[in-house]
Design a protein around this ligand. Structure first.
Ligand SMILES: Nc1ncnc2c1ncn2[C@@H]1O[C@H](COP(=O)(O)OP(=O)(O)OP(=O)(O)O)[C@@H](O)[C@H]1O
Length: 247
């Protein structure tokens, strides 16, 4: 469903992505682990098209999308939720979802009231709100809801564009252990044909949701396999857990 072949990117003399080849099957849940600066976010930027690689290719559903800009990849079903806040604070939760839901319909508009009057958008908003446990907050302004609810909404906004592949950059960053468990349930309840690629620092969550794990270190894939194998890997302990404890 999503594949990279020998993806390579440098910033000046720093090799941030070193010949990364990944292949995610439809419905696969893959977690990307790696110490700070390993190149995880850069890989996401290359996948969605915010950065162009120096060499290598990105394929979505079998098609080479390397030359396509962000919006065209998004229309083909590749969506991303961000680590940082990208919500409209002055709008309600429902209005934020409606704006995102309007994107694939080609009716994207800042007039959220227009979006909400469209039945297909109302339907998407209702379904996504259910999926990400936001029904009780639909009419609250984003500026009034808790940090954890905002994180849920960020996932909701990405889902409302109806992606086939969803990339999530640290969905639980900054939320407490209780919320983190809630996120685990939320991720497991997402449609089984949705392909998920998640950058996650919370090891418990990572192992709980992952079908497969990729570990990046200095921009290079140093492990690619099943969570059980990752758990026992000395390499992973040395490069990842060591850095994690230092972080
Ligand atoms: N636009 C840029 N220009 C120059 N260097 C950059 C740029 N973006 C990232 N880097 C460098 O590339 C390296 C990888 O950064 P990246 O953010 O991809 O790592 P990461 O694994 O996501 O780290 P973290 O876990 O801290 O978010 C770092 O050394 C970073 O300073």
């Amino acid at each position: 469903m999503l594949e990279t072949r020998s993806l390579t990117k440098s910033f000046g003399a720093i090799h941030v992505t070193r010949s990364v080849s990944l292949r995610l099957e439809r419905g696969e849940r893959r977690v990307i682990l790696g110490p700070n600066g390993a190149g995880k976010t850069t890989l996401f930027n290359l996948l969605v098209g915010e950065l162009a690689p120096d060499s290598g290719t990105v394929h979505l559903a079998g098609e080479d999308v390397t030359a396509l800009p962000v919006a065209r990849r998004a229309r083909r079903g590749l969506s991303r939720s961000y680590q940082k806040n990208t919500l409209f604070d002055g709008l309600t939760v429902e209005e934020n979802l409606a704006l995102a839901a309007a994107v694939p319909t080609g009716h994207a508009t800042r007039l959220w009231s227009d979006s909400l009057s469209r039945p297909e958008i109302r339907e998407t908003v209702a379904e996504v709100a259910e999926q990400v446990r936001l029904v009780p907050y639909l009419h609250a302004k984003v500026s009034e809801v808790s940090y954890g609810v905002r994180r849920q909404l960020e996932v909701g906004v990405a889902l409302a564009t109806r992606p086939h592949v969803l990339l999530m950059d640290e969905p639980t960053s900054g939320v407490g252990p209780e919320m983190s468990k809630g996120f685990h349930d939320l991720l497991n309840d997402l449609p089984s044909d949705l392909t998920l690629l998640i950058i996650e620092h919370d090891m418990d969550l990572a192992f709980a949701v992952a079908d497969t794990i990729t570990v990046l270190n200095y921009g290079e894939v140093v492990f690619d396999g099943l969570p059980e194998a990752a758990r026992g890997s000395k390499l992973l302990k040395d490069i990842y857990l060591g850095s994690w404890e230092d972080a």
